[in-house]
Design a protein around this ligand. Structure first.
Ligand code: LAQ
Length: 326
């Protein structure tokens, strides 16, 4: 039986710290309690546990604009977060886990605003046929986590700019996102902000569970654990190295000839590079494919590895890879 409710609002907006806090609550939630953790990330794309970062997200564009690519422990697709998207996480013992009750908390808060919201499909909440929330789940060691997004007033153009990747560029297995039409709650309830939604969620949490929620106070020891966990979520290994191997195919026509690059990427590193070209400088291209092997698969690193000579042709290739969506 749940006999205690806790709420916690993250003070920060950095994705890896927020993910660490979430994992901390997963470890720390008492056997008779449910925690509702509310948090926001600044400019972040969060991919599912088994997704390919480059297939789901324009990583170089996101990072070039100061954003972060984060991977979560739960499955499912890729979503965009900014400061006008509110995330919720329910953390509780698995035997008390009840997806419908958890979603009831969210639906009650949203319907109280006069929005006709409903559950749709496996993990979406929609209003007027458009999605404003996606959920994902994790269960293990007797504890469960149910987390989801709430689009309140996010920049939907930016969302689309980061999440649209050309479909045939990467050949890879892995979970695909389910692209949907999206809507901000503030569009359906003018004036709504994250700040005004938070107390409504806390209230609905108490009403649905029939208990009064208390704020969780972090101790010094809790904070130490959170900073340990932050390292895991921020590591390149966790974020990019988890992929099943894939092949990236990039092609471009230049005044001096066409180039096709085929890069075999394993653990986020280019293991094999093949270049097909009708340009005349075949020797340069042999060196080029060798020099790409071992490079981390990011525009910046590929460009660095292509700096072995100052030929004009290489400069064209560097400029291309710098802007190429990967
Ligand atoms: N922030 C946000 N909220 C709702 N829907 C979104 C969002 N960003 C993108 N999308 C839309 O959902 C699809 C992907 O849907 P798909 O069903 O593939 O994936 C999800 O919903 C995953 C939800 C994960 C929630 C976690 C909670 C805390 S950390 S992230 C995407 O292509 C867009 O069309």
């Amino acid at each position: 039986m749940i006999s205690q409710l806790f709420t916690f609002r993250s003070p920060g907006t950095h994705p890896f710290e927020n993910q660490a806090l979430e994992s901390f609550f997963l470890e720390a939630v008492p056997d008779d309690a449910c925690v509702l953790y509310l948090w926001r990330n600044d400019r972040t794309v969060v991919i599912g546990k088994n997704q390919n970062a480059w297939k789901e997200c324009r990583v170089s564009r996101l990072e070039g604009e100061g954003g972060h690519l984060a991977r979560r422990i739960s499955g499912g697709g890729a979503v965009y977060h900014d400061l006008h998207n509110l995330n919720f996480t329910f953390l509780l013992p698995t035997r008390e886990y009840d997806e419908d009750r958890q979603l009831e908390v969210i639906l009650r808060a949203v319907r109280d605003l006069g929005i006709d919201a409903s559950k749709s499909g496996r993990n979406d909440l929609t209003a007027e046929g458009r999605k404003f929330s996606g959920s994902a789940y994790w269960h293990g060691r007797g504890r469960s986590l149910h987390h989801g997004t709430l689009l309140v007033g996010s920049d939907l153009d930016t969302l689309t700019r980061y999440l649209s990747v050309s479909p045939d560029k990467l050949k890879s297995k892995g979970v695909e996102s389910v692209r949907s039409r999206v809507v901000n709650l503030a569009q359906l309830c003018p004036g709504l902000t994250v700040e005004s939604l938070v107390p409504r969620l806390t209230e609905a949490f108490g009403e649905v569970c029939g208990l009064r929620p208390r704020a969780w106070e972090l101790t010094g020891k809790d904070r130490e654990r959170v900073s340990e966990l932050t390292g895991r979520f921020s590591s390149r290994e966790w974020r990019f190295g988890q992929n099943v191997p894939f092949t990236a195919e990039l092609s471009r026509r230049f005044p001096w000839g066409g180039v096709e690059l085929s890069l075999r990427v394993e653990g986020g590193i280019v293991r094999q590079a093949a270049v097909y070209t009708d340009a005349m400088e075949t020797e340069l291209f042999d060196t080029l494919s060798r020099s790409l092997e071992g490079a981390p698969f990011s525009s910046r690193d590929l460009v660095k590895h292509l700096s072995f000579s100052d030929s004009a042709l290489l400069a064209d290739l560097r400029a291309w890879l710098e802007t190429e969506a990967m």
